[in-house]
Structure formats: structure tokens, C-alpha cells
Design a protein around this ligand. Structure first.
Ligand SMILES: Nc1ncnc2c1ncn2[C@@H]1O[C@H](COP(=O)(O)OP(=O)(O)OP(=O)(O)O)[C@@H](O)[C@H]1O
Ligand SMILES: [Zn+2]
Length: 752
């Protein structure tokens, strides 16, 4: 039977099922596939198929999948086996190194393999377009290319394009891509004329890999001793080695990265730099571009599919030498990856919070280990996980204790809100200090972790609060847009004129958000600019950059913002940072809350005094005696971290134990709870396994669904993973319930 002589394809499909799907060879396959594959023997032919995209029938749909394996075996009834429709491309989309990474990730995060593969395929390739058709094209001469004198000497545009094509692109180092021609103002009608006359044609650009030499690297700063030691250590790592670059804010970590990157570039290797979502600012990119005269590619969620495809292509062809990416850049294919850097490694945005809940840092460690290359984690406020790895000698510690370039660390001050008047949620002494700093010609930064005008509207008569009808949460009042918005499910409606409880019209805002502080400060300080940086005020294209440029002019002004101002920025004229409201985080049920708070406060504080002026940081609170507040004001982050790690060790909490959360959502109130209790029942007799819950999630109801969770904890990670894996694989027989939507979160960091 022909089916036996042809391979059976085991395909990963983008569906939420924990298995591969078998397909027979596409009919007429030999005509479809490139000659290269045809000429191989049966066995190597199998290998050639691995990693390729295939189009397959799936129920009534057609899906694009990836061949994981090709062999002669299938558990399926051969007569029912459907044939794949088409094998796309004459090359694999996923290379063997990526496949190993994805396979590991699928197992480790207990996530369906097809979904994991999907994360590694750029959007443009999740369609049945062939790679070759998406590759950038350049215009080149044909044999019919006319002599210049044959053209009408008044046809200026024709002559111009003729000249451009005559110039030998390979020697002058440019190629005539569509974008390039537009930039040179060649009209498309002119191009069409050349193509129609067959004087020129579009051809797939052959990306030439250039050799990086000393000439491509601009000179770096003179390193201080600590920086120099760090660079030397990283540069001498020839194999896998994990480094923690623990450097206080403004200590010049970026300079260390740049110089370590330089030596990898000279070895003709590529470097991947992962940054938090909000860390990919034009300033960061500019700093890399100024230093290196090599192709630098970007990867982040605001890019179009086309732009991302280009980065993907440049990575795998080896053209891009540096890739600056957010979380999902860790899936990119590389030709010769020589080092991975994770900047601000403690940042929560490295963990995907829905669907395939991977952590970029963990993936980077696995990948670096497999590729046998160094990986550098950098932070002023390392995560406790990473500090534990240092403690256990799994990472080498590189410390930068001093700020670079002569600036000093700011002084911290506590402002007890119980003992002073306040306006716009800001204590009077801090307001006075703000005036003083502005008078001195400096900039002031105020941090508040909540956007909008006020977290909630309250009825003054019956104390009714504006709630989200779909979540166990309140809707935030946005005065500018006149909307009440739920920040959890996105639900929004025009603000209310009347209380829904008693009908009174006396609705007032309670609490503050960035929008309100912004407005009130504008009234209090009418003579200076007040610039607000949060998601609402920077959503238009270019708005964020415009604001950064304004701040960078250095004029006295007040900057009000959320998380967005906390990290990475270098504004030398900021002398005072006010942290308006941290109290909410002091009483959280999340055992990670103090760690997150300490990291946030230290990062925000780190924006002060980065130039020649010494900075100060004011921390406002109603709970000045709280131990975390005391630690933040009187001690360093490392003291806090030491204490916190000790506490986790005593309580056997992560990183001294490992957790997996199974969450269940349902429209029925108790269903999720019962279902999880059933699961817990299966595991309860295993020693060394701790069942926490099931409990309602902190946010009990979200977007109309009731949410419950079961946390499973163990000191042995392999044991925990093995048992949970067994549970999930047998879920269908143990406890199937179609009314439940469940998810798995391995190494959870956010329990909301
Ligand atoms: N060796 C050096 N000599 C002089 N200036 C330096 C040196 N290294 C870094 N700097 C300067 O110090 C400032 C802070 O450096 P950088 O932004 O790299 O610090 P960082 O540790 O990444 O900061 P953060 O974590 O707070 O974002 C920059 O203006 C940088 O140009
Ligand atoms: Zn809601």
C-alpha cells in the first residue's frame, strides 16, 4: 500500500488539545515538494520534513500545523487517516534547536504542544503563505536592461531609476527594495514601466552576512572597576554560565551589557536582549544604535506582522546581530546565538499571564544551557528566585554597588500622612518640597500606581459604590472621557448621574488616580508643565515619545505616572521623586506583595538624582511602622531581600518550594470549587505534596465567570510536575466537565 511507503506526519496544530495529530502524505506530494527532498532516501526524507509547516483538514476547517515527526507509525485506523493538503515551503519553519526548546516548554508548562508551537511562529506564517513569497524583494536589472541613451532624455524619472539600477548594488552596499525606492522618491509608475518592459524584475533579496570588525563598534565609556570586572567575567564565559548583574539603579548596567555585547559581535555571534514591555523605549534603542554599526532588529507587540516577519527572517538568516525584544522574542530562531541578556529580570511582564503561561527568564536559562552559551540577568532589584540561584551557586554574582558617572544614590524620606494636611492626595510637606525643587529649576516625578481619575465613585447618601456588573471589582472613574471603566474586564459605560442604590445624585469620587493628580497639580502649579505618563495619556501614536522628548529638554516640570515611569528612564534633571500611595500593597494576601512593592519602590526611587544633583525620594504612608516600609526607608534592597528569602525558607514558600496553580472558571457559582475539590482528592494521599485550597480566586468573579483555584505545592519540582502531568493527562477519564474552563499555571507569580 502506498500509505505504508510514504511517511505519516505527526503534526502539532494550534488547538487546545494535548496531543499531536496524524496525517497521511498529501496527494501528489512529490510534485509539490522541492527537488532536494525528493532526492533523499526514505529515512533522510523523514528528517527533511520535520519542522515544516503543513496545511491539514481539521473537522470542517483547514489549519496550519508543524510536522514534529515523520515515520511509518500511527495508532489511527489507516482507512480513516486523512491526508495533509499541502506542505508549505521547501525548508523548515522551526529549526531543531527551537523544537527542543518548545518540546521542553510544552512539558514544563504543561501546555498543549500545538499552542506552544503557535507561539514560535510569527503571525505572517500562521497563514498558508509561503515564506519565499513574504521575503523582501529587490529590483534588479534583467538582460533586457536598455542603454541609457535609448531612453527619452526628458524622462527624468526613468533616467533616475536607470541610474540607480546601473549603480552596482553589491559594491555600493544598498539594495533597491520597495521601501528604498519610495525613500528615493521613485514613482511606482516608473517602476511599473521597468517591470512591464522586462528591463528589471523583483527578486528575493539575498541577505548578505557581513563580518563585524572593530570599525563597526564605537568606543564605549571608560568603565569603573566594578563594571570592568563584570565585563571581563562575562566575556570569559565560553560555555553556559548564568550571571546575575546586581547593580543599584544608575550603576551602568547597560554599559556593561553594551561592552559584553561588543565582544560577542566580534566573534560573529548574535545577541538577544530581552527587556520588559515598557522598557523598549526609543532611548534604549538609540543607545544601541549609537554604539554599534551592525543590523539591530526589534521584536515587540506593537509591530505589524510584516515587521515581525522581517525580524524573524533576519534572526534566522544571521543578518540581525542584536535583537532587542520583549518576552516572546525568546522563541526567535537564531543562526549563531552567542549570549542572552535579560534586563530587569525581576519584571513581571516576562511571565505570560494567560494561555501559554511561560516565563521568558526560565526559557532563556534552558535555551542558553542547551546552546552552551552565557546568559546575563540584570536588575537593581533581583527576584528572590534569582537570588536563591546565586545562594546555591548556580549563578555567578556580579555586583555594581556605586552609581556610575559620579552621581549619588538618593536619600529616602518617610512622610507620615497621619500627621499632616494633604491636597490632591499629597502631603503638605511634600507639596512644599515640590515648589522648592521647581524653583531650583529641577524636575519632580510623582508615582501613583493607578490610572484614571478615581478608583471608584461613591454615593454620599447610601455609600453605594460603582461596581462592575461582571467582576467582583469596582469601575474606575475616567473624568476626561466621562467613562466608568473596569480595568479587569474592560467593560465600560458612560458615567452615572444617579446612584443605582438610592437614586441620589450625590456621587463623588473616592481615592485618587493619575488623572486626578494631574488635574489638581495643574491648578496648584499653574506656571509649570505637568506631564502625565500612563496608558490612557500615551495611547495615541507618538504621544509617549513626544512626552519623553519634552521631559528630556530638562525644563522644570512635574511628571505624574504609573509603572510606565518606574523603569529604565534616565532623566538627569529629576531631583525629587514622590511615591504617593503604597499602602494598598501592604496588606495583600499575596505572599509576593512585599517583594513586588520593594522592587517597585526601589525602581521608582532610582529615577531620582541621576545627574549631578543629589536626589531625594519621599514615601507617603499611613502606616509608617510597617516593617516593609521601615526596610525600604532605612535599608537597602539587598537587606530586604535577605530577610524576605529567610522568611520564605521558614515558611517553605517559593523559591524554597514549587507551585502549580490549577484555575477553574464557570458561570455557576460553586461548580469550579467542586471540580477542583475533586482533583485535590486524587492527589491528597501523596506525601510531600501540599494542597492549598480550592479557594475562590482573589478576584472571585471576572467578566461574568466565577473563578476558583487550587494551588499544589511541593519541595521537589520533578515530583510535583510528574503528578500534575499525570493528573492532566487523565483528566478526561477522571473528571470531565464541559461547563468548566480550566488552566494550568506553572511557577505562578500573579494570583489575582
Ligand atoms: N563608566 C561610566 N562612566 C561614566 N558614566 C557612565 C559609566 N557607566 C554608565 N554611565 C552613565 O551612567 C548613567 C546610568 O547608566 P545606565 O543607564 O547604564 O544604568 P543602569 O544601571 O542601567 O540604570 P537603571 O537600572 O537605573 O535603569 C548613564 O547616563 C550612563 O551613560
Ligand atoms: Zn469587570
Amino acid at each position: 500500500m502506498t500509505l505504508f511507503s510514504e511517511p505519516i506526519l505527526h503534526v502539532a496544530l494550534p488547538v487546545p488539545l494535548r496531543r499531536l495529530f496524524d496525517y497521511a502524505f498529501p496527494a501528489g506530494f512529490d510534485n509539490q515538494v522541492d527537488e532536494k527532498v525528493q532526492s533523499f532516501s526514505a529515512e533522510t526524507k523523514f528528517d527533511q520534513l520535520v519542522g515544516r509547516r503543513v496545511v491539514v483538514p481539521f473537522g470542517r476547517q483547514t489549519l496550519i500545523g508543524v510536522v514534529i515527526k515523520a515515520d511509518h507509525n500511527t495508532d489511527q485506523d489507516l482507512s480513516k487517516l486523512k491526508a495533509a493538503l499541502e506542505i508549505l515551503d521547501d525548508e523548515p519553519t522551526i529549526n531543531p534547536e527551537q523544537m527542543a526548546l518548545l518540546e521542553w516548554a510544552s512539558k514544563y508548562y504543561q501546555h498543549p504542544i500545538g499552542d506552544v508551537y503557535s507561539a514560535a511562529i510569527p503571525g505572517a506564517l500562521r497563514t498558508n503563505k509561503a515564506i519565499i513569497d513574504l521575503l523582501p524583494k529587490v529590483l534588479v536589472k534583467t538582460d533586457e536592461f536598455p542603454a541609457r541613451k535609448e531612453l527619452n532624455k526628458n524622462a527624468k524619472q526613468l533616467l533616475k531609476l536607470h541610474d540607480l539600477l546601473t549603480e552596482e548594488p553589491s559594491t555600493s552596499g544598498f539594495s533597491l527594495s520597495r521601501a528604498n525606492l519610495t525613500e528615493r522618491e521613485v514613482p511606482s509608475t516608473t517602476i511599473k514601466k521597468f517591470v512591464d518592459n522586462e528591463w528589471a524584475q523583483w527578486q528575493t533579496a539575498h541577505t548578505s552576512e557581513v563580518t563585524v570588525t572593530e570599525q563597526d563598534l564605537n568606543e564605549g565609556l571608560q568603565l569603573n572597576t566594578e563594571q570592568a570586572l563584570a565585563v571581563t567575567a562575562i566575556n570569559s564565559a565560553e560555555h553556559y554560565q548564568g550571571f546575575l548583574l546586581d547593580g543599584v539603579t544608575g550603576s551602568g548596567k547597560t554599559e556593561v551589557y553594551l561592552q559584553a555585547i561588543a565582544s560577542r559581535l566580534l566573534k560573529q555571534q548574535q545577541v538577544l536582549v530581552c527587556v520588559p514591555e515598557i522598557g523598549l523605549t526609543p532611548q534604549t534603542i538609540a543607545r544601541f544604535q549609537k554604539r554599534f554599526n551592525v543590523p539591530i532588529a526589534l521584536w515587540h507587540s506593537a509591530m505589524t506582522d510584516k515587521q515581525r516577519f522581517e525580524t524573524w527572517q533576519q534572526c534566522r538568516s544571521g543578518t540581525a546581530r542584536i535583537v532587542i525584544a520583549t518576552r516572546s522574542g525568546i522563541f526567535l530562531p537564531f543562526k549563531s546565538l552567542g549570549m542572552i541578556i535579560i534586563d530587569e529580570e525581576h519584571d513581571a511582564s516576562f511571565k505570560q499571564q494567560d494561555g501559554f503561561r511561560y516565563h521568558c527568564r526560565s526559557m532563556a536559562l534552558y535555551r542558553a544551557h542547551r546552546l552552551n552559551i552565557p546568559v546575563v540577568l540584570g536588575s537593581a532589584t533581583p527576584s528572590l528566585e534569582t537570588l536563591q540561584n546565586v545562594e546555591q551557586n548556580k549563578f555567578s554574582l556580579l555586583e555594581l554597588r556605586q552609581r556610575a558617572g559620579g552621581s549619588q544614590l538618593p536619600t529616602m524620606r518617610l512622610l507620615d500622612l497621619n500627621r499632616c494636611q494633604s491636597q490632591a492626595a499629597i502631603g503638605q510637606p511634600l507639596l512644599d518640597e515640590i515648589s522648592q525643587q521647581l524653583k531650583n529649576g529641577h524636575q519632580v516625578m510623582l508615582f501613583i500606581n493607578r490610572r484614571g481619575f478615581a478608583p471608584v465613585l461613591m454615593c454620599e447618601e447610601c455609600h453605594w459604590l460603582t461596581e462592575c456588573s461582571r467582576c467582583s471589582s469596582f469601575t474606575t472613574f475616567h473624568r476626561g472621557s466621562g467613562l466608568l471603566i473596569c480595568h479587569h474586564c474592560g467593560f465600560q459605560h458612560p458615567t452615572l448621574k444617579q446612584c443605582l442604590g438610592c437614586g441620589s445624585t450625590r456621587l463623588t469620587p473616592v481615592g485618587v488616580g493619575t488623572e486626578q493628580i494631574d488635574l489638581q497639580l495643574k491648578e496648584l502649579f499653574p506656571n509649570v508643565d505637568v506631564v502625565r505618563l500612563d496608558r490612557d495619556s500615551t495611547s495615541k501614536k507618538g504621544e509617549f515619545d513626544d512626552k519623553l522628548n519634552l521631559i528630556n529638554q530638562g525644563k522644570p516640570m512635574i511628571i505624574v505616572g504609573t509603572q510606565m515611569i518606574a523603569k529604565g528612564h534616565h532623566f538627569p534633571n529629576v531631583s525629587l521623586v514622590g511615591i504617593v500611595d503604597v499602602d494598598g500593597a501592604l496588606f495583600s494576601s499575596d505572599f509576593r506583595a512585599p517583594e513586588k512593592l520593594a522592587q517597585l519602590v526601589v525602581q521608582v526611587a532610582g529615577r531620582a538624582g541621576r545627574g549631578s544633583i543629589k536626589g531625594q525620594v519621599w514615601l507617603q504612608t499611613k502606616f509608617p511602622e510597617h516593617p516593609v516600609i521601615q526596610d525600604l526607608v532605612n535599608n537597602e534592597y539587598r537587606d530586604f531581600a535577605k530577610y524576605a528569602l529567610n522568611e520564605r525558607k521558614m515558611l517553605k514558600l517559593p523559591p524554597y518550594s514549587h507551585q502549580i496553580i490549577i484555575r477553574a472558571e464557570s458561570t455557576h457559582n460553586q461548580l469550579g470549587h467542586e471540580w477542583l475539590a475533586g482533583l485535590a482528592h486524587y492527589l491528597q494521599d501523596y506525601e510531600g505534596l501540599l494542597m492549598l485550597g480550592p479557594t475562590p480566586a482573589p478576584m472571585t468573579r471576572k467578566a461574568g465567570k466565577f473563578r476558583h483555584m487550587l494551588t499544589i505545592q511541593s519541595e521537589s519540582r520533578p515530583y510535583l510536575h510528574k503528578l500534575v502531568n499525570w493528573l492532566l493527562e487523565n483528566l478526561d477519564t477522571i473528571q470531565k466537565d464541559n461547563r468548566i474552563r480550566w488552566t494550568v499555571d506553572v511557577d505562578p507569580i500573579d494570583v489575582s
